[in-house]
Design a protein around this ligand. Structure first.
Ligand SMILES: [Zn+2]
Length: 245
């Protein structure tokens, strides 16, 4: 049974291992966002060796087990249902089932997610900085005038909340390397999740908006001149500064 695979260990939680589920004695509800809980559930499914079709419990029992509110568990299960990983069945014998729609694809996602979950924040940021550096270097080598104009527009976008991700997506398109784009998205997603947690825990995260706008324009300058080494250096520095806490 899957429940036997749960590790009852607070220490490994502090280490950032996502496999830990719940301690027995509930003191207070965990303040995870539904998305954070969903990521932990995925890592747990992967590590517990769940097979397609396994019943993993009922929602109320799962909320209890994980020490989260009923609404957080409901939302997390909904996210994983939408992602084609879990399925809910009502009636006798109902509950929440591990029901990957596309077993191979999901297995890949599970492995990625669990692997990223084990990596510490600093290592994750360094990896993202390296990938962004490669992307900026590729963009500097191959971006034409129209690509440079698109990067400039993205760097100046009016929508401050979207500006950062928009800029990096456009820069990635200009780099024209699909694999770098996939790696960037996976790492940015993992880093973004951690940043969300830090905010929820009341810690501030970097990302001064003036700095972001200035530093994007600075990267575009290097891309425009075709200086790959400089574009790479600026992009790596940008990620380190923005994500350092
Ligand atoms: Zn940025």
């Amino acid at each position: 049974m899957i429940a036997n695979g749960i590790k009852n260990n607070e220490e490994s939680l502090a280490d950032g291992h996502l496999s830990s589920a719940p301690t027995g004695a509930r003191v207070e509800l965990r303040l995870w966002s539904p998305r954070e809980l969903a990521q932990r559930l995925v890592a747990w499914l992967e590590e517990s060796g769940a097979k397609p079709g396994d019943r993993i419990g009922d929602r109320a029992g799962l909320a209890d087990l994980w020490g989260v509110s009923a609404s957080t568990m409901r939302e997390a299960v909904r996210i994983l249902e939408a992602a084609g990983i879990l399925e809910q069945k009502v009636g006798a014998g109902g509950g929440v089932f591990f029901q990957p729609r596309e077993a191979d694809a999901i297995a890949g996602v599970l492995l990625w997610s669990a692997a990223l979950g084990r990596i510490g924040d600093a290592a994750l940021v360094r990896a993202l900085a390296e990938i962004e550096g490669l992307i900026a270097a590729h963009a500097a080598l191959r971006a034409g005038p129209e690509d440079v104009r698109r990067c400039e527009r993205a760097a100046r976008s009016d929508d401050a909340s979207q500006r950062d991700s928009l800029f990096h997506e456009v820069l990635t398109e200009c780099a024209g390397n699909e694999m770098l784009g996939i790696l960037r998205r996976a790492l940015a997603e993992a880093v973004g999740g951690r940043a969300g947690e830090a905010r929820a825990a009341g810690r501030s995260v970097g990302g001064n908006l003036d700095h972001v706008a200035y530093s994007h324009a600075y990267i575009v300058d290097a891309v425009r001149t075709g200086d790959a080494a400089e574009a790479s250096r600026r992009a790596r520095r940008h990620i380190e500064v923005v994500l350092e806490t």
